[in-house]
Write a protein of this length. Structure first.
Length: 332
């Protein structure tokens, strides 16, 4: 069974945000392999390959590896130069700080820093882009680049424990796949949190693997976070669609997907997930949604996500977010 991929056409519109000439847009779409010549004619979702082609076409058109989103150009070759510096870092945490310093050499409208807050490492970001929609595009694009780099350097997916955005919720609908279960919009601040233990992971990449990484970009950085049809996303959707008491085992899912258990495990591993991590994320996603938008009691929500005792749910929720379910509900 082949893995099915798709990407929201929102990101096609985002890459072409700086273009207002219809003929130029039509030429870029055609050059990239699209069968339509206008943005209005796009289907709701497109193939990652087409988006990757467009990514490269826009960069070439503008000689700007940040798609014209910043008041200062990021010339072609800048990203490779940054990557060559990052593979010299001993740990992912060190590389994270260095990456923000490197990007700051090219981008004037983005201000970012790393903060350590107890057991969390937080990337705080601010964009001075002139309008709200561009600010949203700039924010997501920049953070996906940073996170994609960290995951590649570590050779594994680094989960986001919490994401907060100053801007409103974008229209792509992939927020949980991009940013994890605990994501907030209109939060007054933009920051992405990680568990500090992941920052101690060693940098595994070298010059040889860098060439392969750059050859496969942007899929290796950008597209992988937008893959709504990957096996991890399918498992996530399958679990979320049924009650906790009816969750299938990984063996049952392999049968449903018409593949062997070993193949499914390997597919999830390639995407940087374990089955347990997906189950934990689904429980968190459901809990956050119920607390925000339902009248269910905390005890009822605890039962829905598989906690026999409300006290156990309170402890787990405090571990996830640093606050109680009740205070989260009041704040949301």
């Amino acid at each position: 069974m082949k893995e099915q991929h798709s990407v929201s056409s929102y990101f096609v519109n985002a890459l072409l945000y700086r273009f207002d000439d219809a003929q130029q847009i039509a030429r870029l779409l055609e050059t990239s392999g699209f069968t339509v010549s206008t943005l209005a004619a796009l289907q709701e979702r497109v193939s990652p390959k087409l988006l990757a082609n467009l990514w490269l076409a826009v960069i070439k058109e503008l000689d700007d590896e940040f798609f014209g989103f910043d008041s200062n150009r990021m010339p072609i070759g800048s990203f490779a130069l940054i990557c060559r510096g990052l593979i010299q870092a001993p740990t992912v945490g060190k590389a994270l700080g260095v990456s923000l310093e490197y990007f700051a050499l090219f981008l004037r409208d983005i201000h970012s820093e790393v903060q350590v807050r107890g057991k969390r490492v937080v990337v705080v970001m601010r964009s001075s882009a002139e309008d709200q929609q561009l600010r949203s595009i700039v924010t997501e694009t920049f953070l996906i680049l940073i996170i994609g780099l960290m995951c590649w350097l570590a050779g594994r997916r680094i989960p986001i424990t919490r994401a907060r955005f100053e801007h409103g919720q974008p229209a792509h609908g992939d927020e949980h796949l991009l940013w994890g279960a605990y994501v907030e919009f209109n939060a007054g601040v933009t920051e992405i949190e990680f568990d500090k233990t992941h920052m101690r992971l060693p940098v595994l990449q070298d010059r040889k693997s860098l060439y392969s990484f750059l050859r496969d970009a942007p899929q290796s950085v950008f597209i992988r976070f937008r893959n709504r049809g990957g096996f991890s996303a399918r498992v996530h959707q399958r679990l979320k669609s049924c009650g906790y008491d009816h969750w299938p085992t990984l063996e049952q899912l392999a049968v449903e997907f018409e593949m062997t258990l070993a193949s499914l495990r390997r597919a999830l591993q390639r995407e940087g997930f374990s089955f347990q991590e997906i189950k934990d994320e689904v429980r968190q996603t459901i809990a956050f949604e119920r607390l925000r938008s339902s009248q269910l009691s905390i005890a009822e929500i605890a039962q829905e996500v598989g906690f026999r005792e409300p006290s156990a749910f309170h402890r787990a929720f405090k571990q996830w977010t640093g606050e109680s379910p009740g205070s989260f509900r009041l704040r949301s």
